[in-house]
Design a protein around this ligand. Structure first.
Ligand SMILES: [Zn+2]
Length: 417
């Protein structure tokens, strides 16, 4: 690593980074130590104002696009060169934790400040981005800001979405944008040279292995199905078993068959039945109809396609003599991150002497959409017991700053290409 780059990386200030997490955690703090910071809420606006204040204190330029994605820019030697972006989100689940999302934003700010303090000039500008409404807990769906920014979805499709209190998104969004008049207007989907998102792992692997840095290779694919098994209701006391078309028994057989299909000695396939509706749902009646959900995930495009294609024929066979209808309801292909960004992150971790491992992301992130428009990667740091989307979410200051140092080194690398 170049000497000036080294100075910047070692300028990452663990105490400042931690202090900012604690300051942000006050905004929407919940009684059990978590955070409730819904998208476009009063708390979201306060968090944005605090972030913009820190940016302004450094003379970094602040801008915002039409869905409220917030950008903080440190210029490069070539002002018109496509910037390298880093960030995540500041909104939370209703009972969320102090690190999910906000870590990627504060790590990016820490990187910008450390680079600035070291006086390092980069060829490309570096920009922090805080994506709007990643969680989708107030206004569905999730990852809205990055979906609109990258052109995967249209802003107009979301403007009339309402929250549980009947608040319309376009009004909450207009308030959010008006609350930050110093932010310049910005267009969607400006060219980007690369994007890196730092995030807590939200799973237990790094902690289990005693590894500090997760070099994320991609985001696993996701398939949802609703499976309807149809039989005939009958008297539980009088109908011989051989004469039944028991939809619940059929459903259990289907689940068993799918469990065998998705059995994986490496424990990479994720197969979940999380919802079930039984009709007539009566103790002394044979079930006439069962509806249940299937959530299937895998990082490899070929594997998830093979498994998904097997669901319907397998269900049909296993449910006999009952009938089966399989309806796919969600289809997100696996996202494979750019090898150059993955290598830049890995190289940065190695040059800092930090233990690291490659792993796919089990959860969705804004990086999924950015990967469609520019070379993208992610950095994971451990979180306590893998707990996330929970007020108990926790992470260690040393791990957070290690991730910020890797981010800083990788940004400097990519911003000089
Ligand atoms: Zn998140």
């Amino acid at each position: 690593m170049r000497e000036d780059h080294q100075a910047a990386v070692h300028g990452v200030d663990e105490a400042r980074l931690w202090q900012r997490h604690m300051e942000m955690a006050q905004i929407g703090a919940t009684p059990n130590g978590g955070v409730n910071r819904a998208a476009f809420s009063e708390e979201d606006i306060r968090a944005r104002r605090v972030l913009a204040g820190w940016a302004k204190a450094r003379n970094f330029a602040v801008s915002m696009d039409g869905i409220g994605n917030l950008f903080v820019r440190r210029p490069g030697l070539e002002p018109d060169a496509a910037p390298v972006l880093a960030g995540s989100h500041m909104d939370s689940q209703p009972r969320g934790g102090r690190f999910d999302g906000i870590y990627g934003v504060l790590a990016a700010l820490e990187a910008l400040e450390a680079i600035d303090e070291a006086g390092v000039k980069t060829k490309r500008p570096i920009e922090l981005v805080a994506w709007s409404n990643e969680e989708g807990g107030r206004f569905a769906p999730c990852t809205m800001g990055s979906a609109v920014y990258t052109g995967a979805r249209r802003l107009e499709d979301f403007l009339d979405v309402t929250d549980n209190d009947g608040v319309v998104l376009k009004h909450a969004l207009a308030e959010t944008i008006a609350a930050l008049p110093e932010a310049a207007a910005r267009a969607f989907n400006a060219p980007a040279a690369a994007y890196i998102e730092a995030h807590i792992e939200q799973g237990p692997l790094l902690e289990m292995q005693g590894t500090t840095i997760g070099v994320v290779t991609g985001i696993q694919g996701l398939r949802w199905f609703m499976i309807e098994v149809s039989g005939e209701t009958a008297h539980a006391g009088t109908t011989p078993l051989k004469a039944r078309k028991d939809a619940l028994r059929g459903a259990v057989q289907v689940m068993q068959a799918l469990g065998e299909l998705t059995h994986d000695p490496d424990d990479i396939v994720r197969f979940t039945v999380g919802r079930m509706l039984v009709c007539p749902n009566s103790t002394n009646s044979v079930a006439s109809q069962v509806l249940f959900s299937v959530d299937l995930r895998h990082p490899d495009p070929t594997t998830i396609r093979r498994l998904s294609n097997a669901v319907e024929p397998l269900a049909r066979k296993a449910a006999a003599p009952c009938g089966v209808r399989v309806t796919p309801t969600l289809w997100d292909d696996p996202c494979v991150f750019d090898p150059h960004v993955v290598e830049a992150i890995e190289r940065s971790a190695n040059s800092l002497g930090l233990s690291n491992m490659r792993l796919p992301s089990g959860a969705s992130h804004d990086a999924m959409y950015m990967a469609r428009v520019c070379p993208t990667g992610m950095i994971f740091v451990p979180c306590e017991k893998g707990v996330s989307h929970n007020e108990a979410e926790n992470a260690r200051p040393g791990d957070l700053s290690a991730g910020a140092r890797v981010l800083t080194a990788a940004l400097l690398d990519l911003a000089n290409r």
